[in-house]
Design a protein around this ligand. Structure first.
Ligand code: GLP
Length: 241
């Protein structure tokens, strides 16, 4: 794993943007795996800036998001579809038909998981997967205990995860209890993985991800077996290394 420590969040976001732009420069029709949460917001801003400057086009790019809540209408302000539309999709020249998220409103959720996984395969797999890190080691919404051999599946969200995400909702009880997420095997199939970690509250999680023995109890340790992982951490997040 290549660990790069960035001075601050701004710096981390600039580097993350450069990484993704570099991928698109190498391959115009790249398939990007995208993440939500607070951490990648700066990267999306920078990617939009690059696009506005006329130096970056997403016309040939396809995107697959990691996860989506179950039960929120797709146009709900806190759905991940809306998060992506507001921060990124609607601000660049991506074609909406090339942007994919699991459908958390599908009538048959099990079939939806299989459809998403098949769509990923059809697209030729993810070239670069952007990831955040949960305090409990979750990646996507793969909570502790998820088998490393998992593909896209339905999850019950951990209490800690719902608490962390409650900041976006009026109250914790509004946070959905379930989600669809790419599995750990799905994530590990990406050609390259870019993990973004910011803030002192993630310091312990970053240390565990790097140094704990691989265990399903801390899903992010699965990344230790991937041959091409870059970690961008700011100084606060890296303080326990
Ligand atoms: C959320 C998302 C993850 C994200 C993680 C960390 O629950 N499902 O994809 O990486 O938690 O979020 P944040 O970047 O806000 O700390």
């Amino acid at each position: 794993m290549d660990i790069q420590i960035c001075k601050n969040y701004e710096n981390l976001s600039t580097k993350a943007c450069a990484h993704v732009s570099g991928q698109i420069a190498k391959k115009e029709n790249s398939v990007l795996g995208l993440a939500t949460g607070g951490t990648p917001e700066g990267m999306y801003k920078k990617l939009v800036e690059q696009h506005r400057k006329g130096v970056l086009s997403f016309q040939q790019v396809t995107t697959f998001n990691l996860d989506e809540y179950i039960g929120l209408p797709a146009n709900h302000p806190l759905s991940y579809r809306v998060y992506m539309k507001d921060r990124f999709f609607s601000k660049v020249d991506l074609s909406v038909v090339n942007t994919h998220l699991p459908d958390g409103q599908a009538a048959d959720l099990t079939a939806e998981c299989a459809r998403y996984e098949a769509l990923l395969r059809e697209a030729g797999g993810v070239d670069i997967q952007v990831l955040g890190l949960g305090h409990n080691g979750h990646i996507g919404f793969n909570e502790p205990g998820t088998p490393f051999a998992s593909t896209t599946h339905i999850v019950e969200l951990d209490g800690k995860t719902r608490e962390a995400n409650a900041r976006y909702f009026d109250k914790k009880s509004d946070v959905p209890k379930k989600a669809i997420t790419m599995g750990i095997e799905t994530i590990l199939a990406a050609g390259e993985i870019l993990v973004l970690i910011s803030g002192a509250d993630k310091a312990e999680a970053l240390r565990d991800m790097l140094y704990r023995e691989m265990t399903t109890e801390f899903p992010a340790t699965a990344l230790q077996q991937h041959p091409n992982v870059t970690i961008l951490a700011d100084e606060q997040a890296a303080k326990s290394l």
